[in-house]
Design a protein around this ligand. Sequence first.
Ligand SMILES: [Zn+2]
Length: 402
Amino acid sequence: MVTKRQGVTMPPRPPTGWPPDDTEESVVGTNLHQATITNLRVGLNEVAAALAPPGQAAPGQALSQTIIRNFRRRMGMNKPIVVDSHHHFWDPARTRYPWMTDEMAAIRRPFGPDDLRPELAAAGVDYTVLIQTRSSEEETRAFMAIAAATPFIAGVVGWVDLTAPDVAERLAALKARPDGATLAGIRHQVHDEPDARWLLRDDVRRGLRAVRDAGLAYDLLVRTRELPAALETVRAFPDLRVVIDHIAKPPIQSGEIAAWVAALAPFKEQERVYCKLSGIVTEADWRDWTARDLQPYIDRVVTIFGEDRLMFGSDWPVCLLAASYTTVYATLRDALRGLSPSARDKVFGANAIKFYQLILEAQPCESAWGEQEHDDTHHRDEDESHENLVGGTLWPDSKHVD
Ligand SMILES: [Zn+2]
């Protein structure tokens, strides 16, 4: 049953002054809200106790619970939308992931919506974009079905063979599926191609043209080596929506920065090209990184792309090799403390919505408050369909590995 994406309901703009600037003491929005609510509860109980007639119990607890619930609901509505523009799911028991080498042993287990949901709730993230992990149209179809059944997933970046002569037909077939509206973009593991100029091949260009003509975005997965070809590509396709994943994977562990900056800097003038603040901790020393190691790289992309062309992505569960979901989120928020609150709101939500042209479900199902205050009928439907999908036919069968 696909009920998602029927109607867009954007919450009203936050009132000025909200949210308060999250300073260094409270880098994670949820902690800030919880602290505010705790203070409110204490204050209300004190007022209720003072007002209670002598000899009668203060109605404080019941009163404050009601007011707090309303307060939370209002804040939830007014909170800026937070979008994680980049994460994955996988199931290594069902299929093979060529990139999942021995050093990835810590994350070689299934990850699905039920694993991510509590992480989103803890960090206060409302919506996500699910990104391909394999060169497999079957995975793309599986991800689209999961997205259609999971309200917090606002879009899928899938894979098609860009070199296939019938790439336009393949894209049209994906979009024609009942869950076709979940497809937001296409990605290919360009940095794994032996040819540094793979993007410039005639057949790849035909594929990118088809992506553009299908109205989809394109995620560029490249490193410094492929950035010159990427630059030529975005110049050749001025109306293709392009985002560079993982700030083009700079060599943070070695501390080298000059070659990466030189290759990335020309994108400053490519005003339609976005960049994801994602995958950064895993380019640093997994066991020993500090926020200080990341800061110079983050500062450079802020200079190059600016507050309107950057978007937050967790790269979960890959990030777990180096940091938890909440650590990645809090570290990035802190690294961007030099931006204004409204600029950070764009990086943590609005830019991804605009770039991927996301259609948001009115109720993403998750509650950053850890309790459900709305009708949960929908959750039960969703849980059932999710179980059917994942337990049954959705994940690519191992005999279909490609
Ligand atoms: Zn990733």
